[in-house]
Design a binder for this molecule. Sequence first.
Ligand code: OAD
Length: 235
Amino acid sequence: MPKVAISTADRVFVLTGAGISAESGIPTFRDAGGLWRNYRIEEVASPQAWRRDPRLVWDFYSMRRKVASAAKPNLGHIALASLEQALHDRLFVCTQNVDNLHEQAGARRVLHMHGELFKSRCDSCSLPPFADTSLHESPGELPRCSCGGKIRPHICWFGETPFELEQILQALDDCSIFIAIGTSGSVEPAASFAGHVAGRARTFYVGPEAPANRSLFDECFLGKAGELLPGLFSF
Ligand code: OAD
């Protein structure tokens, strides 16, 4: 079994993508059966889509809320929550996922760079994002803010800037080990994170197939996150 050796001097940056939740039954985006094989990104996940057809956008995110609320964390999420217990603030987990399975597994410090499925916010005023598990689906009314604006999913859509990039860049600068898990390496800026640390930090990838940005990694561990992560780390 391959190992990533972590010393007491190391700081670890973990980037997760849809693949870590695949074994929990949440579809990825680009694999066979993935969401973007069945939906057009520009029709459901962009500011233009929201302006054109907020009803369709809310139907899409309501469907995703339903799928995610039935899902339970798998051994991959649990292994990362255990890693947090061992490393405390020497571990930085940045996820592109909008589900809450890292938190359900017990992780306490997860940065959601693409937003959170179970939060909403107003598209007009500065109302902070709030917890929202409701299904705003057809034929119901679209949710409205008290300011009159439309309540939208707290998601980073295509064409929008991911959340907390400054904090992410700082953590990338600080890390000595970078591990990407279950992400195809095709969406920026996350696809460039490994390049940001290359030559300075050790870089690893975990997933069933090599990602598009494979050349940025020192080593790829090919297999499912739920099978590889529980035995991957040595201290
Ligand atoms: P993708 O669907 O692009 O890639 C999922 C990756 O997970 C693939 O490389 C698979 O090989 C891998 N995978 C599948 N099963 C796995 C398993 N059991 N264990 C580990 N890996 C597995 O998803 P992302 O790279 O996360 O953005 O996509 C990035 C962004 O594109 C998403 O956050 C989303 C999407 O459009 C927004 O919605 C803003």
